[in-house]
Write a protein that binds this ligand. Structure first.
Ligand SMILES: [Zn+2]
Length: 76
């Protein structure tokens, strides 16, 4: 399993929705798959801040990829 995920490798398949400086949110415009569970995801969030509160979700699972300088959350 490839546990790397670089947004720059997939920039044409992702649409950036938000970037607050601490979190950046991208929409999956293609069928990119999550490196944790290998299933397509709906959105990904790159978190560089130390703490984050999630808005309520509609019950979809999410996966988390811990990297050296940030955490990537894949919402399905
Ligand atoms: Zn996943």
């Amino acid at each position: 399993m490839d546990l790397e995920f670089d947004v720059h490798d997939h920039r044409h398949q992702l649409k950036q929705l938000r970037d607050t400086g601490e979190t950046a949110v991208f929409e999956n415009r293609d069928e990119l798959t999550c490196p944790a569970c290998s299933k397509p995801f709906a959105r990904l969030m790159i978190v560089t801040g130390r703490a984050i509160t999630f808005p309520p979700t509609d019950g979809n699972p999410f996966c988390l990829l811990r990297r050296e300088d940030d955490v990537v959350i894949f919402r399905h």
